[in-house]
Ligand binder design. Structure first.
Ligand code: NAD
Ligand code: IPM
Ligand code: MN
Length: 369
């Protein structure tokens, strides 16, 4: 049988730095666990714009459609701030999500015990936290039409974006969330603003419909997203799985990142419907961006990207045990105090570099055999 295929898109800023560590880990699984992947690498974001004048070429897009999983680092950076909107680095990532139809974005926020003191919240509020935010990723205000910037009739301009959701778009992401809830603590909280938005009313009704007709055994609650944001920082452990729309999910998952200690810790999986081979179309990426303030300095925390590869092992390749092995290796490295600067406090010894964290994870993987 041929090896599973991976397309690696390191992107910009710290993307290539954290991806270098992931590549070493992929090689480790090939050498030590017989899990061989056929790996190809290509450009996305600003790096692709610099080479080709577009943040994602049609060729790379087609390649992404054909592989078993895509791993992405991060895109964007100040160098590209003045580019036309249509060729900004972020457009490359959004095109991948949209054309691969990756509608369910899984953003787990887990607080490793060793990091409970790094959260901006008190230890007892976050210790042991393990929640999963399911963010709708291919619709809503990110993609709704009409959109644009036009002249208004007062001599000024008007910026327009449209929040739009259909029954099918809500039901399919709700199903993903209910499925996850069943495999976890069987609780799902859906967040929208049904008090002010018609799309929120539809969201609430359709999630309830999926519950009543298909998942009556899962405990479903609804919350307004603003109240949800408050509850997420007041008492995050009340949640198990949260399902929400594209924009609310973007905001809530960055907030959840700080419960875990650092944005450099949060992985994600973006999944579509199963392809012909039964695997979902999938893209794995850290939740963080290209971190221009620390790029090129060897300071980036590679854990989010490494943990994203663990999610690939679990969700694309049915290798849950190997995913557990990798997650445990990351946790043991953090417990041993090998940490990048984002996980340091005043008075701590020197922070580890990106490469040193990678080295330590490889050592912990060896020790797991
Ligand atoms: P960011 O996530 O890049 O950085 C926010 C803060 O977190 C910075 O202080 C940064 O140093 C820190 N940080 C992030 N990741 C880290 C890591 N792995 N290790 C240590 N510290 C880390 O967000 P931003 O500054 O708002 O955005 C920068 C650029 O990245 C923008 O162009 C934005 O559009 C883009 N972006 C891309 C993605 C993506 O590719 N998925 C996600 C978010 C932002
Ligand atoms: C994320 C990012 C992206 C988003 C940007 C870079 C397009 O913030 O993945 O969370 O807004 O979805
Ligand atoms: Mn974001």
């Amino acid at each position: 049988m041929s090896n599973p295929t991976l397309l690696i898109l390191p992107g910009d800023g710290i993307g290539p730095e954290v991806m270098t560590e992931v590549r070493r880990i992929i090689d480790w699984f090939g050498d030590k666990r017989g899990l061989k992947f056929d790996v190809a690498e290509d450009l996305v974001g600003g790096a692709a714009y610099d080479a080709h004048g577009t943040p994602l070429t049609d060729k790379t897009m087609a390649h992404a459609q054909s592989v078993d999983a895509v791993l992405l680092g991060a895109v964007g950076g100040p160098k590209y701030d003045d580019l036309d909107f249509s060729v900004k680095p972020e457009r490359g990532l959004l095109r991948l999500r949209k054309e691969m139809d990756l509608y369910a974005n899984l953003r787990p926020a887990q607080c490793f015990d060793a990091l409970a003191d790094f959260s901006s919240l008190k230890r007892d509020i976050v210790a042991g936290l393990d929640i999963m935010i399911v963010r709708e990723l291919t619709s809503g205000i990110y993609f709704g039409e009409p959109r644009g910037i036009q002249a208004d009739n007062e001599g000024g301009r008007v910026g327009v974006n449209t929040q739009r959701y259909t029954t099918n778009e809500i039901r399919r992401v709700a199903r993903s969330a209910f499925e996850l809830a069943r495999r976890r603590s069987n609780r799902l909280c859906s967040m929208e603003k049904a008090n002010v938005m018609e799309s929120g009313i539809l969201w609430r009704e359709e999630v309830q419909w999926v519950h009543d007709n298909e998942y009556p055994d899962v405990e479903l609650t609804h919350m307004y997203a603003d109240a949800g944001a408050m509850q997420l920082v007041r008492a995050p452990k009340q949640f198990d799985v949260i399902v929400t729309d594209n924009l609310f999910g973007d905001l809530l998952s960055d907030a959840a990142a700080m419960l875990t200690g650092s944005l450099g810790m949060l992985p994600s999986a973006s999944l579509g419907a199963p392809a012909e081979n039964g695997r979902p179309k999938a893209l794995y990426e850290p939740v963080h961006g290209s971190a221009p303030d620390i790029a090129g300095q060897g300071k980036a925390n590679p854990c989010a990207c490494i943990l994203s590869f663990a999610m690939a092992l679990r969700y694309s390749f049915d290798q849950g045990t190997e995913a557990d092995r990798l997650e445990a290796a990351v946790e043991s490295v953090l417990r041993d105090g090998v940490r990048t600067a984002d996980l340091m406090q005043a008075g701590d010894r020197d922070p580890a570099s990106t490469t040193q964290v990678g080295d330590a994870v490889l050592k912990a993987l060896d020790a797991s055999l």
